[in-house]
Each structure stands twice: as C-alpha cells, then as structure tokens.
Design a protein around this ligand. Structure first.
Ligand code: IDP
Ligand code: MG
Length: 150
C-alpha cells in the first residue's frame, strides 16, 4: 500500500475559503484523496495531536486556534506522500516558505499558516488514527493512476 499522510486545512484556511484551493493543489500534484471530513477539533484531540509541542510557549495559542472554528481533515495517499505534502505546503513559517507552495502563496504569519501535514511516516500513522476511524478511509482505483505513476 502507498504511504498515507494526514492533512488539515486549519481554521484560517476554512474561514478564508481556501479549503478548495488546498484540496485542488494536492489533487493536481497527483496524490489520491482517501479520507475527508469537516470537523470541530476538541480540546482533547488538539492536545493529543500537538502533544510534541506541549512545552513550547506557543502551545496554548495553537490549541485555542485549532479548536476555534471548523477544519477540514484529510488523508492523502501516494508513494512518499509525507514528503510530497510537506514540500507542497512549504516551510512552517510562511515568511520563509517558497513561492509556489501553499504557505508561500497564501500566508504571511507562522500562527496562521493554513495547513498541517504529518512530518514523518510514523507521525502520519499516529495522526491518521487520531482523526479517522478505519472505515472512514477508502480504497479505490483511479483510471488515471498509470498516467501519474510509472
Ligand atoms: P509544522 O506545522 O510545519 O509541522 P511544527 O513545528 O510542527 O510545524 O509546529 C506546529 C504548528 O505550530 C505550526 O504549523 C504553527 O502553526 C505553530 N507554530 C510553530 N512554531 C510557532 C511559533 O514560533 N509561533 C507561533 N506558532 C508556531
Ligand atoms: Mg509538525
């Protein structure tokens, strides 16, 4: 099975009407969408998801931001999905994100950087399981697959 990764359109992205833009960029890149839902993140889920940052000064703000308004949670699949999504998103701080990336084209502030993408295959597995039940992730064939992967 191809690698899977968790992508979130954060509250700023949904509020600004950019969920479609994010989805479109990942679709056009060639990744396969295998799970998607609009959801309100609970305080508990936010703290689990961002657990690695619990001691950072921005943790409180990050949890209140991600729980402040709905997000779009997605699972995308491809060989090397984690790395491909990370480089499609751009650097964490939009100030240094390359033009052509989601954050580099659409954002200017590290606290409003529009998207989340898992940072390793191990994080991806943990995060996908946090946000999705197994039956919410679908397996299907795309007729176009042989035009995307050799
Ligand atoms: P990532 O989202 O690119 O993986 P992480 O270092 O995992 O970046 O940080 C998680 C999120 O926390 C970032 O996307 C950003 O929204 C927020 N964040 C990270 N560093 C800072 C900071 O210095 N100030 C404010 N928010 C930050
Ligand atoms: Mg991260």
């Amino acid at each position: 099975m191809a690698e899977r990764t968790l992508v979130l359109v954060k509250p700023d992205g949904v509020q600004r009407g950019l969920a479609g833009e994010v989805i479109s960029r990942l679709e056009r890149r060639g990744l396969k969408l295998v799970g998607m839902k609009l959801m309100q993140v609970s305080d508990d889920l936010a703290r689990q998801h961002y657990g690695e940052h619990v001691d950072r000064p921005f943790f409180g703000g990050l949890v209140s931001f991600i729980t402040s308004s709905p997000i779009v949670a997605m699972v995308w699949e491809a060989n090397n999905a984690v790395e491909i999504v990370r480089n499609t998103m751009g650097q964490t701080n939009p100030v240094s994100s390359a033009a052509g990336t989601i954050r580099g084209d659409l954002g200017i502030d590290i606290g409003r950087n529009l998207v989340h993408g898992s940072d390793s295959p191990e994080s991806a597995e943990r995060e996908v399981n946090l946000f999705f039940r197994p039956e919410e992730i679908l397996s299907y064939e795309r007729a176009v697959d042989s035009w995307i992967n050799e």
